[in-house]
Design a protein around this ligand. Structure first.
Ligand code: SIN
Length: 275
């Protein structure tokens, strides 16, 4: 859809676009916000360079997409708890998000939108990969689509995954939260079918099957979604704000910048049941 205000440049054949012509530090009128929302639906992930925004301004923008989700185990900024800093420091080995996933599959109402604002980036590396899981569904055979219809998955928070020491992750003492979601999710706004899974530490099994029985099919779908022709790769600069449609996109933060610091401010917004 053409925009009256925004310049929208796709970054790959599968998904993703850079958007310019808007200052996200300012309150947005409804028309401009509507164009941004449409760009998000059309391109699945959109990126705005050279933004200079405070945590409070980022929260104000995120609220336009719905209520903000507070992570149950990762603390936000002391004076802006809605903003959860993702930090990998110079002596950290692990990072957050280095396996393909969609956010919050362990809750009944995962958010519609995840937003990242790049505060500090390494001189090279630290890109994020994104995959269009609706396009991946379209590229399945009719036989496979028929087989997947009606299946559900069990998803559980992965408390064992190593994370950067710089991140304030609280220990999960009790049973980690879990949720059941349709394996093929229908996107409420686009009407498209989406392969809705994460890596095996989150999406554990197909309901009614053991983890062992489920693994070959789930691994096939993970491999299929991540095929290069379904993806884009985004290079961050300090001041870039990116957001993606968490209903139709999987993402992976590449951990290839050891010895450098990377700091991103994340907000997730718009809880929505998957079925
Ligand atoms: C995440 O939300 O999984 C992290 C993405 C990133 O840091 O690039």
């Amino acid at each position: 859809m053409a925009s009256n205000h925004l310049d929208i440049q796709p970054i790959s054949g599968a998904m993703g676009a850079e958007v310019s012509g808007v200052d996200l530090a300012q309150p947005l009128d409804d028309q401009t916000f509507g164009e941004i929302y449409q760009a998000l639906l059309d391109h699945c992930a959109i990126f705005f360079r050279d933004q200079d925004i405070t945590p409070a301004q980022q929260v104000a923008f995120a609220r336009r997409f719905g209520d903000i989700h507070l992570h149950p185990h990762i603390r936000g900024l002391p004076d802006q708890p809605e903003v959860f800093p993702i930090i990998k420091d110079v002596d950290d080995v692990s990072n957050l998000g280095d396996s393909w996933h969609t956010d919050q599959m362990f809750t009944d109402t995962p958010v519609r939108v995840t937003m990242l604002y790049a505060k500090e980036v390494p001189p090279f590396g630290g890109d994020t990969l994104f995959a269009n899981a609706a396009l991946a569904y379209d590229n399945l055979s009719d036989g496979m689509k028929a087989m997947l219809a009606g299946l559900s998955t069990r998803n559980q928070y992965n408390k064992k995954k190593p994370r950067a020491a710089a991140m304030k992750v609280e220990a999960v003492e009790e049973e980690a939260p879990q949720a059941v979601h349709p394996l093929i999710r229908v996107h409420r706004e686009t009407g498209r079918n989406v392969i809705y899974i994460s890596y095996d530490g989150i999406t554990r099994n197909i309901v009614g099957m053991t983890e062992e029985e489920s693994r070959p099919l789930l691994d096939y779908l993970r491999h299929h979604v991540a095929r290069p022709e379904h993806t884009c790769r985004f290079r961050w600069q300090a001041g870039t704000l990116g957001l993606w449609d968490n209903r139709s996109v999987q993402h992976l933060a590449i951990n290839d910048y050891h010895g450098y610091r990377r700091v991103m401010h994340r907000i997730t917004a718009g809880p929505e049941a998957s079925h």
